[in-house]
Design a protein around this ligand. Structure first.
Ligand SMILES: Nc1ncnc2c1ncn2[C@@H]1O[C@H](COP(=O)(O)OP(=O)(O)OP(=O)(O)O)[C@@H](O)[C@H]1O
Ligand SMILES: [Mg+2]
Length: 254
C-alpha cells in the first residue's frame, strides 16, 4: 500500500471476510479493493449475496475482516480497540441504512442529535437547524418517525449521519424502501452533498437509476471486484443498466 493511497478518505486493500456456515465456508469478500477520493460518489452494485453489505460493514468497522486492510483518513481500522473505533467512526463516518433505523420514541430532531458528543454544546443547536433546513425538514422536526413518510425518515437518518460532519457517508440501499420518485429525491440530496460539500459517498444499490447518480460504479461478483463502470454524468439509467449487464457478462440481474 502506498502512502498516497492510505491518505485517501477511504482505502480498502485486498479485504477478505469468510463466514463459516455449518461445515462449509462462505467467502463473502475475497480480496476486494476500493479507493475513494475526496468528493467522489461511488456506487457498489452486484447480485444478491455478492458481498455488497459485507463490504460496507467492513468499511464502517462494524465487522472484523479476516485479511487485508480498511484505512479511513489514514487510520487502519484494525489497529483501533472497540472504544476508540466507536469514536473514530462517529467522527469520520456517517452510515445510512435501507430501514432508516430511527428510534421510534424520539422526535426527528432528537434522532438527529443522538450521535452528537456532549462537547458540541450550543453549536449543536445551530447545526441541527442547518441540517433540518438543508434537508427540507424544518417543519417536521417535532414529529416522531411513525408520523413521517419513508422519504422523510430517510432524510432524518441522513441528517443524523451528518451531525458530526463526517467526510465519508456510507449508505446501504438508502432508496431500497422508497418509491422511485422519492428515491430520486434522496439520490439528488446525496449528489449535492458530494458536489457542494465535497463529501465522499459509497452507496450500495441494485438499481441502475440509483447507481447513475454516482461518479463510478464498482461491480462485485462472488465477493470479488468484477468491473468498474465510469458514469459520464448523463444520468441515463438505460446506459448504466446496459454497462452493468455487460459487466456481468449478460447474466440475469437480481
Ligand atoms: N453473518 C453472516 N453469517 C454467515 N454468512 C453471512 C453473514 N453475512 C453475510 N453472509 C453471507 O455472505 C455473502 C454476502 O452477503 P452480503 O449480505 O454482503 O450480500 P449482499 O450483496 O449485500 O446481498 P443483498 O443484495 O441480498 O443485500 C452471502 O452469501 C451471505 O449469505
Ligand atoms: Mg445487502
Amino acid at each position: 500500500m502506498t502512502s498516497t493511497d492510505s491518505s485517501k478518505p477511504l482505502h480498502v486493500q485486498q479485504v477478505i471476510k469468510t463466514y463459516q456456515q455449518g461445515t462449509s465456508k462462505v467467502h463473502a469478500l475475497d480480496r476486494v479493493s476500493l479507493t475513494v477520493e475526496p468528493g467522489e460518489f461511488v456506487a457498489i452494485m452486484g447480485a444478491s449475496g455478492s458481498g455488497k453489505s459485507t463490504l460496507l460493514h467492513a468499511m464502517a468497522g462494524l465487522i472484523d475482516v479476516d485479511g487485508g486492510t480498511v484505512t479511513i483518513a489514514g487510520q487502519d481500522l484494525s489497529q483501533l480497540a472497540d472504544g476508540p473505533l466507536t469514536r473514530f467512526r462517529r467522527d469520520n463516518l456517517g452510515i445510512v441504512f435501507q430501514a432508516y433505523n430511527l428510534i421510534p420514541s424520539l422526535t426527528a430532531e432528537a434522532n438527529i442529535r443522538l450521535p452528537a458528543p456532549k462537547k458540541m454544546g450550543g453549536e449543536l443547536d445551530a447545526k441541527v437547524d442547518r441540517l433540518l433546513q438543508r434537508l427540507g425538514m424544518i417543519e417536521r422536526r417535532h414529529h416522531k418517525p411513525g408520523a413521517l413518510s419513508g422519504g422523510e425518515q430517510q432524510r432524518i437518518a441522513i441528517a443524523r449521519a451528518l451531525i458530526c460532519d463526517p467526510a465519508i457517508l456510507l449508505a446501504d440501499e438508502p432508496t431500497g424502501s422508497l418509491d422511485s420518485v422519492t428515491g430520486t429525491q434522496i439520490c439528488k440530496l446525496l449528489r449535492r452533498l458530494v458536489d457542494e460539500e465535497r463529501r465522499s459517498i459509497v452507496m450500495v444499490t441494485h438499481e441502475p437509476h440509483v447507481a447513475m447518480w454516482a461518479d463510478r460504479i464498482c461491480v462485485l461478483k462472488d465477493g470479488t471486484n468484477l468491473a468498474e463502470i465510469q458514469t459520464d454524468g448523463t444520468r441515463d439509467p438505460q446506459t448504466v443498466a446496459r454497462q452493468y449487464q455487460e459487466a456481468l457478462g449478460g447474466e440475469v440481474l437480481v
